[in-house]
Write a protein that binds this ligand. Structure first.
Ligand code: ATP
Ligand code: MG
Length: 677
């Protein structure tokens, strides 16, 4: 463990400065009345049972899914290595598809897909894909992969737009026991090379292109450029989506519509050992070079199934009848949120999952709300970065649409500023939809701390309480629990089914990053999440930012979240990022970067106003030393603010750290040029 991380980590302790938040939003009796978990009493009883008897609890849940062979033991734990459902065999593809077809749901809708282009009065292209169709396509794709030499244990790289073939490719891999490594379609060739080499992939699945904000993303060109830098790749399977001219290597490239369409639609599932590798997925790269996280089959399946069911309160309809609910997660499948909460957790719950190809502001800023209205979406899951963009685009967009089908709203990816939470609650949820603010990570596989919509009274900005089976705590580096309202390290005490099984090819980084610093009284390692957080008097969790970002200002310890939320609570500010910079007197000074609401003038008067505003909200010591206005903040392609780059800029560093997952390089260039204030 490097010393600077330890030093940064120890800064988290004793965080005492915080915005006060007293608003409480209990679920309506009507919602609670129909929910799987309908009261706090039920939550507490079940949670206690899941912690005291994890094997009994998870064994019971796992029985709701299909296993070819039952497990011998629910859990074997030899820290930091967990094995769940050992001896059991199952298959993710079977539980997403075959199980539904066998239960008479063959004709029911599995995926509602919508393409980005809008064709005048005809509108966008929409496809309703049933479980039977999806199964047939998955079997064909699986057989095509086999004929390209893919076998159990291989890792197939998938670099695709948000088209149904992406889900089909993943399910096909799962079916034959190959793991997939999905790379977000916005990444460039260099990111593909790194990941192909890391995973030793011989087969890549891609498309000629994808639609994004009216233009074509040249996916095949990027794969070609990547293949020019490694001779690992033997076959590239290409979906025709955008139909522009592309270069073609007749030996290596295969059209999907040739290889898949002519393959047999009979492909029995490989019986996967519960601990067989299901997929590798790289983290977002918010805090450094992305990590190739490994997830296995059985535990991941059970964890994502149960969290989907309870967090979104999913209810399937009777087989052969129209769906009662339409679920939509707006994430890209290239991120863990898309893996777990578009595909693997949702399909076993038999509720249609919406998949959208394009941008939220194409052809206009009302696209998402138009889709909610047309598809009658009931559960809607998005990210704080999107919510802040919607706020900036203006209330008129959601107001144009009938959003009354919505029942549950979700958020994930970053802490949500209370201001954005309230906007979501009022403008999208008409003050009647529970908001589930779900804290989790690529590493955790599924949601970890989250409200349950029929039970948990919510507070804007808090992810509330641990999910079943999750023993979360706020501790110091000695593993001692911090008192209420005191910041510390967010840590997990016991194994959970969806937890990572390692970082691909890097055991040392796995141990060092997550398991080496904190131990329980009994000497067992805690899982260290890397986030700083506190619990309030009700035991609710408040994520305060990344451990490395927590600041010590003249002896006051404060998280980035509190400062940013204070800035965003002013009507002039839409989005804010705060970082610590070296300061001669205070040790650390505060640098703030703000994007402003439309029509607001960026001048020194506003700068003074905002500084005073923060002083009033938090305390005079929290006044930003430097405050810059900017059109945009540097973000990862999954939409998270990259504070480490802002830190480099604010402290005048010549070079910035790893930028491979940065969304828009021009943002960084502009920030470097802009004046300090
Ligand atoms: P890297 O690990 O490469 O730095 P990353 O941590 O951004 O990237 P992800 O696994 O995509 O990669 O994101 C997980 C992180 O996102 C969490 O550790 C946390 O900081 C943040 N996060 C996710 N959901 C929430 C939430 N509801 N509230 C607060 N923070 C959240
Ligand atoms: Mg992380």
């Amino acid at each position: 463990m490097s010393s600077n991380i330890e030093a940064a980590g120890s800064d988290v302790f004793g965080i005492e400065s915080q915005l006060s938040e007293t608003r409480l939003f209990p679920p309506s009796p009507a919602f609670s009345g129909q929910a799987h978990i309908g009261s706090m009493e039920q939550y507490r009883t079940e949670h206690a049972r899941s912690i005291n008897d994890p094997e009994g609890f998870w064994g019971e849940i796992a029985k709701e899914l299909h296993w070819f062979k039952p497990w011998d033991k629910v859990l074997e734990w030899d820290a930091p290595d967990a094995k769940w459902f050992t001896g059991g065999t199952t298959n993710l593809s079977y539980n997403c598809l075959d199980r539904q077809v066998k239960a008479g749901r063959g004709a029911d809708t599995a995926i509602i897909w919508e393409g980005e282009p809008v064709d005048g009065a005809n509108g966008p292209e929409v496809r309703h894909i049933s479980y039977a169709e999806l199964l047939e396509e998955t079997c064909k794709c699986a057989n095509a992969l086999k004929s390209l030499g893919v076998a159990k244990g291989d890792i197939v790289t998938v670099y695709m737009p948000m088209v149904p073939e992406l889900a089909i490719a993943m399910l096909a891999c799962a079916r034959i026991g190959a793991a997939h490594s999905v790379i977000f379609g916005g990444f460039a060739a260099s990111a593909i090379v790194d990941r192909v080499v890391d995973a030793k992939s011989k087969v890549v699945i891609t498309a000629d292109g994808g639609w994004r904000r009216g233009s074509i993303v040249p996916l095949k060109d990027n794969v070609d450029a990547a293949c020019a830098q490694t001779d690992l790749v033997e076959h590239v399977l290409v979906v025709k989506r955008t139909a522009q001219d592309i270069t073609w290597d007749a030996k290596r490239d295969h059209w999907w519509h040739d290889a898949v369409d002519k393959a047999s639609d009979d492909c029995p599932c490989e019986e996967m050992d519960s601990e067989d590798l299901a997929f590798v997925l790289y983290t977002s790269g918010t805090t450094g070079k992305p990590k190739g996280i490994m997830h296995t089959t059985g535990g991941y399946m059970v964890h994502t199934y149960l969290t989907s069911k309870l967090t979104f309160d999913l209810h399937s309809s009777e087989p052969g009848t129209p769906p009662k609910q339409i679920y939509w997660c707006t994430a890209d499948i290239g991120w863990v949120t898309g893996h777990s909460y578009i595909v693997y957790g949702i399909m076993p719950n038999c509720v249609p999952t919406v998949m959208y190809e394009g941008a939220p502001n194409f052809p206009d800023s009302g696209r998402f709300w138009d889709m909610v209205e047309r598809h009658k979406v009931t559960q809607f899951y998005t990210a704080p970065t999107a919510i802040r963009a919607f706020m900036k685009w203006g209330d008129e967009w959601p107001q144009k649409h009938d959003l009354s089908s919505l029942t549950v709203l979700g958020t994930v990816g970053e802490p949500i500023n209370p201001e954005a939470w309230m906007w979501y609650h009022k403008m999208i949820g008409a003050e009647s939809c529970p908001i589930v603010d779900t804290w989790w990570q690529t590493e955790t596989g599924g949601q970890m701390i989250t409200p349950l919509p029929g039970a948990t009274p919510t507070k804007p900005g808090s992810c509330t309480l641990p999910f079943f089976g999750v023993d979360a705590a706020i501790v110091n580096e000695h593993g001692e629990e911090m008192p209420a309202n005191t910041g510390g390290l967010l840590a997990i005490r016991k194994p959970w089914p969806g937890m990572l099984r390692g970082i691909l090819g890097d055991r040392e980084r796995f141990i060092e990053t997550y398991w080496s610093t904190i131990r329980t009284k009994e000497g067992e390692p805690y899982y260290k999440a890397g986030d700083g957080a506190r619990r309030d008097d009700d035991g609710y969790f408040w994520v305060m930012g990344r451990i490395d970002d927590v600041m010590n200002i003249s002896g006051h310890r404060i998280g980035t979240m509190e400062l940013e939320s204070a800035l965003v609570s002013h009507s002039a500010v839409v989005e804010a990022a705060v970082v610590g910079v070296p300061h001669e007197i205070k040790g650390t000074g505060i640098a703030a970067f703000c994007t402003l609401a439309p029509g607001v003038t960026a001048d020194s008067a506003l700068r003074d106003t905002l500084r005073t505003h923060v002083a009033k909200e938090i305390g005079p010591f929290a006044k930003p030393d430097m405050l810059r206005f900017t059109d945009a903040l540097p973000k990862t392609r999954s939409g998270k603010i990259m504070r480490r780059l802002l830190k480099d800029i604010a402290s005048g560093a010549e070079k910035t750290g790893d930028t491979t997952t940065l969304e828009d390089y021009s943002v960084l260039a502009k920030l470097k040029e802009s004046d300090e204030g």
